[in-house]
Design a protein. Structure first.
Length: 258
């Protein structure tokens, strides 16, 4: 009888030890492992980049706000016209072709005309004979761009998931298609260059410089200082870029100004 009791006691002790061991493992698994995971996320390495790094300089050159009066943080984030314009600005000459103005016609409701001013057009414009001017325009040629090329460039800059909207956009001192513009011809799926008389000027006095650039995981941040030399006031403009896994390169994510 005593041997039976001793055997039972030993069995119970072993069961208790096993239970305590299982409980300890569960506690460690649930608390310690999760804690370690959080700590890894929290301490993700921030790598400081040289501001003269080729990639940093390339991004800054494309998105810097002091390069033109049509650039702003809000437009960078939200304006489809600016995205089209930046894509256009960053295409090489080999991407452009020529099209007859008789094939793309006039831009309705605009003072813009197809192509540049040739001699026949200039003569008619000087005498105020707009019927002759419009007829002369049909014999003109202009620069054209395959819409697919522009769409690819937009997605290259702003991400493979960006939904490109095809529309006329300005190529002068404004992204609004009010004077100098690229006109989208839906039927031919191409953009054609249009000109106008006049156009205005851009205001100056703004200077932007890179203060710092960092890389954290698959994200790059470029912090810049924007100085309004006339007002002697400065703001901080920060650009964020993310790695596009479909395009296999970094693309613009957003910009902030403070």
């Amino acid at each position: 009888m005593k041997k039976t009791n001793k055997g039972l006691i030993v069995t119970i002790v072993i069961l208790i030890i096993l239970l305590l061991g299982s409980g300890g493992y569960i506690v460690y698994d649930k608390l310690m492992v999760k804690k370690d995971t959080k700590e890894v996320t929290r301490t993700e390495k921030v790598e400081e980049l040289d501001i003269n790094n080729d990639l940093v300089q390339e991004f800054f050159g494309i998105f810097r706000l002091d390069q033109a009066c049509y650039m702003s943080v809000n437009d960078l984030n939200n304006n489809n016209l600016l995205k089209l314009r930046l894509a256009y600005n960053n295409l090489g000459e080999s991407n452009f072709s020529t099209v007859s103005c008789s094939e793309v016609g006039a831009v309705v409701g605009k003072a813009s005309y197809c192509g540049g001013m040739n001699g026949e057009m200039s003569e008619a414009y000087g005498t105020g004979d707009m019927n002759k001017f419009n007829e002369a325009t049909k014999n003109n040629y202009t620069t054209s761009l395959d819409a697919n090329i522009l769409r690819r460039k937009v997605r290259e800059l702003f991400g493979s998931d960006f939904k490109v909207k095809d529309e006329d956009f300005g190529i002068g001192n404004d992204v609004e298609p009010s004077c100098y513009l690229m006109h989208y011809d839906k039927e031919k799926d191409l953009y054609a260059k249009y000109s106008c008389e006049g156009g205005g000027t851009c205001g100056g006095g703004v200077k932007q410089t890179i203060k710092k650039a960092t890389k954290t995981g698959d994200k790059i941040k470029i912090i810049t200082d924007m100085l309004d030399e006339e007002k002697n006031e400065s703001t901080t403009v920060t650009y964020y870029f993310k790695f596009d896994k479909e395009n296999y390169h970094y693309v613009f994510d957003k910009a902030e100004e403070s």
